[in-house]
Design a binder for this molecule. Structure first.
Ligand SMILES: Cc1ncc(COP(=O)(O)O)c(C=O)c1O
Length: 389
């Protein structure tokens, strides 16, 4: 059967696709925006979404923006990141964690992860500070919905008096020692991109416990308009603010965030149970210091290789199932080939390169039925039994 034929006969299973509430909360908020003609730019949904996100996460202040990337950009700008500044950034992440460092003309230095959390290795970070004691900020990432180890990371950043921008794009609703992710650094960032645990189709939020920060970011995100009776600009501005219609989707989605986390956890546990007898497969580890939101369920193969993972992804695609490689580390990306990378140990082996070459993100879509989970499980088991090497 050709790939095309398969896709006609079997329903596609997605990695993580938008999932609106059964109650249609999102539509009601959008309808209100239409009925009150608050289509653009701001309005009750934007204020409501910011306040409700603060309530959920325990953050004091929030600014709704067009994307998580925009939030990282303005967050770095607020931290004073400028031309030729050094910024440490987790290497095992999506490019949006690092690109805004370039927007500011600064220099990202990539930090390896560890096997226990797949997040920034405190040991590697410590090494990085010894090599670059003048670094200006650290961009941490909570990969695939699991928090980095903030107590250990903050001990180091405090010693060097350097702020943390916490990229919590993938981890809304996850906790670290009982505290919500996004609130663990000096500035936190969430994404509501289409594949995230909740989505606004596209959008982001910057959170902070300082209204000085959020006020300034709000100002920049609406073209830096000074308080004059006419348009007056004294600083460069951005068109980064979220619209009232989009924020309505976010308000609706926030109401079912806990439900989504429960389903994501169910998916992770299904795979864990299903693969427990397959020696070759290890699940992404769950660190005992927190509760992930289980955004994506990932596996790593003991005897995996990039070629083998490619074959598995292709075979899943043939069965109309979307799977992905683990994010390719930033220090391996051609665009960052000139940027330094600090590994976790003295042997210069890289944890993030290893996880990338042997790892896979499995479908973790909250609309998946048990039958669909079993379909994925059966195909993965079948592939491994057939020995794809
Ligand atoms: C780790 C990480 N950081 C940042 C972003 C950027 O978010 P956005 O797509 O909303 O710009 C994403 C997702 O897209 C992400 O996965």
């Amino acid at each position: 059967m050709t790939n095309q034929n398969k896709s006609k006969t079997e329903k596609r299973i997605f990695l993580s696709s938008p999932h609106m509430s059964d109650e249609m909360y999102e539509r009601n908020f959008i309808r209100e925006a239409f009925e009150s003609n608050w289509i653009a730019p701001l309005g009750a949904n934007v204020d409501g979404f910011e306040n409700e996100l603060c309530e959920y996460t325990g953050s004091k202040y929030a600014v709704a923006l067009v994307s998580g990337t925009a939030a990282i950009h303005l967050g770095l700008k607020y931290l004073g990141i400028d031309k030729d500044d050094i910024v440490f950034c987790s290497s095992l992440t999506f490019a949006a964690s690092a690109n805004p460092i370039l927007y500011q003309g600064a220099i990202p230095i990539f930090i390896d992860c560890d096997y226990e959390t797949w997040n920034m290795s405190p040991e590697a970070l410590e090494k990085a500070f010894k090599k670059y004691p003048n670094a200006k900020a650290v961009v941490t990432v909570n990969l695939y919905g699991q928090s980095a180890d903030y107590d250990r990371i903050k001990k180091i950043t405090k010693a060097y008096n350097v702020p943390i921008l916490e990229d919590a794009a993938e981890s809304l609703g996850a906790t670290y020692k009982g505290k919500q992710t996004g609130t663990l650094g000096n500035i936190g960032v969430f994404s509501f991109n289409g594949n995230k645990i909740i989505t606004t189709s596209g959008g982001g939020m910057l959170v902070s416990d300082s209204d000085v920060i959020t006020k300034k970011v709000k100002f920049w995100s609406t073209q830096s308009r000074e308080d004059y009776p006419y348009y007056q600009h004294e600083e460069v501005g951005f068109n980064y603010r979220m619209s009232n219609v989009v924020a309505g989707i976010g308000r609706g989605q926030l109401r079912i965030l806990d439900e989504r986390i429960t389903k994501k956890k169910y998916i992770y546990e299904h795979y864990k149970r299903a693969f427990q007898d397959i020696e070759e497969i290890e699940m992404m580890p769950i660190a005992d210091y927190g509760r992930p939101n289980y955004w994506l369920s990932c596996i790593i193969l003991k005897a995996g290789s990039l070629v083998k993972m490619q074959k598995i992804i292709k075979l899943l695609a043939y069965n109309n199932i979307e799977a992905r490689h683990i994010w390719k580390p930033m220090h391996m990306q051609p665009i960052f080939k000139m940027n330094d990378f600090i590994t976790m140990n003295d042997f210069n082996t890289s944890c993030s390169e290893d996880i990338f070459s042997r790892g896979l993100c499995l479908p973790s879509d909250t609309k998946m039925t048990d039958e669909e989970l079993e379909r994925v499980e059966g195909i993965v088991k079948g592939i491994l039994q057939k020995k794809t090497t």
